[in-house]
Write a protein that binds this ligand. Structure first.
Ligand code: AMP
Length: 173
């Protein structure tokens, strides 16, 4: 499936969740077995020969393709979640939002120092979320080999916050 066809599985929803935002809805992509399979192959394309040990999916839409990518790369899958969702000992990283702060968490011990990590989320917008994910992975001592997104909003320049790794996105807007 080429990128033009794949992009027809992303639905633009104007003024959601607030005025002025064009929300990229991946629901049609999730619904199609053929489109899912094609998207998964494209998401891992630049990482097939990179010995990825762990795919980290960012809550919550990053979980969906993150698992499929981990299967395709024979890698482990680790959830990176919002505060208070993961049991046991956790590591945490705060980051700034437009208004206020948020944080991301992973369980201690699920990423080893020697691991090569691929970070996945559905959309790269301002890059704040992915940058926080990256610094949390680095706290574990592991290496962030790269990032793979379904969608990149080029005009927000999010990739400027992501240094020294491969930044890959399937669809650019
Ligand atoms: P950011 O930290 O600004 O790069 O925002 C990335 C996070 O916000 C991702 O987890 C996305 O799921 C979500 N997000 C940001 N902008 C959009 C958008 N236009 N459509 C859908 N999700 C978005």
């Amino acid at each position: 499936m080429n990128k033009t066809l794949l992009s027809s599985y992303i639905k633009d929803v104007a003024n959601f969740p607030k005025p002025g935002i064009i929300f990229k809805d991946i629901s049609p992509l999730l619904a199609s077995q053929v489109a899912r399979k094609s998207m998964t192959q494209k998401l891992i394309e630049n990482f097939k020969n990179k010995d990825i040990d762990v795919v980290v999916g960012i809550e919550s839409r990053g979980f969906l393709f993150g698992m499929l990518m981990a299967d395709a790369l024979n890698a482990r899958f680790v959830m990176m979640r919002k505060p208070g969702k993961l049991p046991g000992e956790i590591m945490s990283k705060e980051y700034d939002l437009e208004y206020g702060k948020d944080a991301l968490e992973v369980q201690k011990g699920c990423i080893q120092q020697s691991n090569k990590v691929l970070i996945h989320d559905d959309v790269l917008a301002t890059g704040g979320t992915a940058a926080a994910a990256s610094s949390l992975i680095k706290q574990t001592g592991a290496q962030v080999t790269g990032y793979s997104f379904i969608i990149e909003l080029d005009f927000l320049n999010g990739r400027k916050l992501l240094h020294n790794s491969i930044v890959s996105s399937v669809l650019n807007y």
